[in-house]
Design a protein around this ligand. Structure first.
Ligand SMILES: [Ca+2]
Length: 362
């Protein structure tokens, strides 16, 4: 793989010799045309459809900022890595804590720590969460010799306690963005049920009217079926609010970075973008140069759903959702009322939003 060293923030120079993809012309003519057309769409068809939409900075006040806790099984599917980077670049979302979930806490925390270090965000505490080991450590080779002890920020070994303390000490209600199986949140609720009433929950969870890949048949979704009891506990708890993006909206093949967009990312000199692409290559077990597009980026939709900017490209419905013992998340009178993102107004515009967010200056 062709690579070059890049300047990294002063506070992380000693941690590693980070490599990224070579700079190429930042934007080809075709990319430029595509983005120009997308900007026209944003202005003409749905002005300020997103907080980061073209023109929003001129005509809209900045979005209010909300404190956020990210609960992630990063290191399972690669989409958590994309989602964390997107969260760091999303206006209005102030990341206060990252908790891991679904076991393998050390491995997941190291991934978070390296990404935050590259992003120059070692101000964010990392907390090792609950769950039994469940899968391969597919991004392990990207971690090289990066140890958790290399992280200059705070690391909480008792992540469940750190989650509870962070919520209880928050001056305004935080939002938990849950993009993995729910063992850590279930453990926190078991220890201190009072946290629910102080917290908003946004999740990449479930499958209501559609299954994977837009299938008309709903299916037990991964984050639910890994620990159904945890999902039942968390998705019935008395949170201040619950909003989910189920497979109906996050599980579509179009929730991804296209081949053309991928080439634009490959040409970016941004260390965080380089880190995404390199860890994606490690995860896929392929040479970075052979990768042409992203996989489905399920978890990025939860980040989008959590942001305080309005209006949204997501169509939402207020539904009562119950989690069955088989892991189905179905509409039921006995279910918990929540906001469910069931459709997109324009998924192509979301892909452009993803790119704009990922390439935004830190
Ligand atoms: Ca995930």
């Amino acid at each position: 793989m062709l690579a070059r060293t890049v300047s990294i923030p002063d506070n992380i120079r000693s941690t590693a010799d980070f490599m990224i993809h070579p700079p190429t012309q930042r934007m080809t003519r075709s990319h430029s045309n595509t983005l120009t057309f997308a900007a026209m769409l944003l202005i003409g068809v749905c002005t300020c459809v997103t907080g980061a939409a073209a023109g929003s900075r001129q005509s809209e006040p900045p979005p209010r900022t909300i404190p956020v806790i990210l609960d992630t099984d990063i290191g399972n599917d690669i989409d958590d890595t994309w989602a964390l980077a997107m969260l760091l670049r999303t206006p209005g979302l102030d990341l206060r804590l990252v908790t891991t979930t679904d076991g393998q806490a050390e491995y997941r925390a190291r991934l978070v720590a390296k990404l935050l270090t590259i992003a120059g965000r070692s101000d964010v505490p990392i907390a090792l969460g609950a769950g039994k080991p469940s899968g391969q450590e597919r991004e392990k080779t990207w971690l090289d010799d990066f140890k958790l002890a290399d992280y200059r920020g705070t690391v909480h070994r008792d992540g469940v306690r750190a989650l509870i303390d962070t919520i209880n000490s928050a001056k305004e209600p935080p939002t938990i963005i849950a993009i993995g199986p729910l063992q850590t949140l279930a453990a926190a609720l078991a220890k201190d049920p009072s946290i629910a009433a102080k917290t908003n929950l946004v999740g990449m969870q479930g499958s209501v009217f559609k299954g994977y890949g837009g299938s008309p048949t709903p299916a037990p979704e991964f984050n639910i079926k890994v620990d159904v009891a945890a999902a039942q506990k968390v998705l019935s708890a008395p949170w201040r609010s619950i909003a989910i993006t189920p497979l109906d909206t996050c599980g579509l093949a179009g929730v991804s970075i296209s081949a053309e967009q991928y080439e634009t990312l490959r040409g970016s000199a941004d260390p965080l973008v380089g880190a995404i692409l390199d860890s994606y290559a490690a995860w896929s077990g392929k040479d970075a140069a052979t990768l042409k597009a992203s996989t489905t980026l399920f978890d990025t939709v939860a980040i989008y759903l959590a942001r305080p900017s309005e209006p949204s490209l997501l169509v939402t419905r207020e539904l009562k959702i119950a989690v069955s013992d088989a892991g189905m998340t179905s509409v039921s009178e006995s279910g918990r009322a929540m906001t469910v993102a069931t459709d997109w107004t324009d998924l192509r515009v979301y892909r452009n939003y993803l790119m704009k967010t990922l390439l935004a200056p830190p």
